[in-house]
Design a protein around this ligand. Structure first.
Ligand code: ADE
Length: 237
């Protein structure tokens, strides 16, 4: 069995998949944190691996950037590979001065004007929601690990380069309550909802639309690793 985008066989993926956007992040996570990682997909270099974490089978697979891309890969994982949980582990741009670079955000809901949910299958409204229980498990794991996580609404955008970015982020932050922007969770949450599966999204703030603060490569690596540890602890529960 395979799909046009995934050469893995049925049974090659664990019940829980961590999903970064970048294929090289998927490789890094698998090789750094999983025991006995095995490459199960490399179609279009969208790497997928399965190994164990603390003895529990866990997979990691990249989503690519944007809702059409995560829409395809997450749909196939849920529908054809019997995956139950997908935890997106990504980066985001901050919309607020008090949401700083390297902070970790757990999406409480994803706001979007994307047509993905409506076109895919009747998804209504501009908010899509993660799985409550999965979010509770993730928050518990963050507390146990002493890692601070802010649970808040996020914006899933279709556009990275706006003509008028400043007004856009002010409006989305003030009117919709979004603390940061990424480009995938709305579609992921919709797919999970229509397929009766579970999804959550953890984000590390990589840039700010409000301040021009910068971070070192070492700081970025440490905070990214914190987010991954929280996601892996949740996957192993
Ligand atoms: N992911 C990380 N930073 C982002 C930004 N500024 N806009 C959209 N997605 C992002």
């Amino acid at each position: 069995m395979s799909t046009p985008h995934n050469r893995a066989e049925k049974g090659d993926f664990a019940k829980t998949v961590l999903m970064p956007g970048d294929p090289l992040r998927a490789k890094y996570i698998a090789e750094t944190f999983l025991e006995n990682p095995k490459l199960v997909n490399d179609v279009r270099n969208m790497f997928g691996y399965t190994g164990t974490y603390k003895g529990v089978p866990v997979s990691v697979m990249a989503s690519g950037m944007g809702m059409p891309s995560i829409g395809i890969y997450s749909y196939e994982l849920y529908k054809f590979y019997d995956v139950e949980n997908i935890i997106r582990v990504g980066s985001a741009g901050s919309y607020r001065a008090d949401v700083d670079l390297l902070d970790v955000v757990l999406a409480s809901k994803a706001y979007s004007k994307s047509s993905y949910a409506m076109v895919q299958g009747g998804g209504q409204g501009e908010f899509m929601y993660p799985d409550d229980k999965l979010n509770e498990v993730i928050k518990g794991c963050a507390d146990e690990s002493g890692i601070k996580v802010l649970e808040a609404p996020i914006h899933s955008g279709d556009v990275f380069y706006y003509q008028d970015g400043f007004n856009k982020f002010k409006e989305l932050s003030e009117q919709q309550g979004c603390v940061c922007v990424e480009m995938e969770s709305f579609a992921l949450f919709h797919n999970a909802n229509v397929l009766n599966k579970h999804a959550a999204c953890l984000l590390t703030i990589s840039d700010s639309l409000v301040t021009s603060k910068e971070t070192t490569a070492k700081e970025r690596e440490t905070s990214f690793n914190d987010m991954i540890k929280v996601a892996l602890e949740a996957a192993a529960k």
